[in-house]
Design a protein around this ligand. Sequence first.
Ligand code: DOR
Ligand code: ZN
Length: 445
Amino acid sequence: MAAPDLFRRRRGKGSLTIAGGRVIDPQNGIDKKADVVIENGRVARLESGKRLTDKQIEAGRGVLDARGRVVCPGLVDLHVHFREPGREDEETVVTGSMAAVAGGFTTACCMPNTEPAIDRQEVVQFIYYQAEQAYCHVYPIAAITMERKGDLLTEIGELKDRGAVAISDDGSPVPTAAVMRRALMYAKQFDLPVASHCEDPTLAAGGAMHEGYVSTRAGIMGIPALAEELMVAREIELAGETGGHAHICHVSTARSVSLIRDGKRRKVHVTAEATPHHFSLTDELIPERFDTNLKVNPPLRTRADVRAVIRGLQDGTIDCIVTDHAPHAPEEKELEFDHAPFGLIGLETALPVAIAELVTTGKLTLPALIELMTSRPARVFALDAGHLSPGAVADVCVFDPEPVYEFEPGRFFSRSQNSPFCGRAVQGRICQTVVEGVVVFDRQR
Ligand code: DOR
Ligand code: ZN
């Protein structure tokens, strides 16, 4: 949806004081009322105490009024699909970045399942070129194998030199252990994480939702939990053996969580992510609505799985929250459930869904949630982001934690509208998003 007046292009670096808010900066253990002083695109300092009076805040030039708001590092998403190059009708780097900043994100890492795939230096460079026009930082994840076909490895070192922040064949698994093993060995030389879409293709073939009681009753072919778990176990064993860094994408089952917990206990270099849909929605919703926006891969699982994913977020087994923002065209999502593509958009709903599901319910504190969306993901991909230390790039999210409301269909800033979260109570609203000291999104405008 176009509402361009809410957005401002990133031109240069800004200076600004974000005044009077509750500053939550988990990496630095900060949760207090303070002003964030930004000079030349970087955090200069936090000032607490009443440096600015209410009158000065209201009248102030270069002052953003954050009274009653939470001020935190800009959110970091390690897993989005921006569809460029190839499906610009669904999303582009620029439109995806609009959805990102509208959702409080200031950094997004885009997956390489584009057409062509991000499997060569030129395509990595192309993403950076498009990202110059984006409203937030966009970093490419390069493919593990050429054309994501699962056999020939990409030139991992060169892709890293051009700025790839990780490698992944996401959307598809790497079908053979031998290729994954080599990928982990090479990527280790270049300190790159290998993000794995864990799905045994022979077990998942033909499935459209989680295999179980609900799929049987609905008469829809299922994808067993084991399709994911076998691959999670494989990646952990291979990471253990090679010393490489396996990052497990979109963890969705209870057993996956316990395998990762066990791998970490054994000091294997494994990290993991979970999405808002996998910690808030279950397969039971599917026969209620047959809404194809509920069709994702990995599929929505059972209540027990949702509980286990939340436990994984609570105890640190799962390192971070990502959206897996996956835009799809309406003519494709409007097919029958069996034929519609997998994926849902998540950038604009992530924080409000997470607050409603995890914080309002008492499962996580607000600082713990923010940590899972800022400093923790930044650390997983070694990005210089996710905190407000003096000298840090001034990427900031300002939100009102109070309002309870519902998203309305057709009102997302993403070029695609395939969200299953409309008509469901969420909490918290993004007010402003600041990138390098520039207010790039302002709902009050
Ligand atoms: O639901 C999904 N959508 N899962 C994936 O792995 C790929 C993604 C997409 O690209 O649409
Ligand atoms: Zn994905």
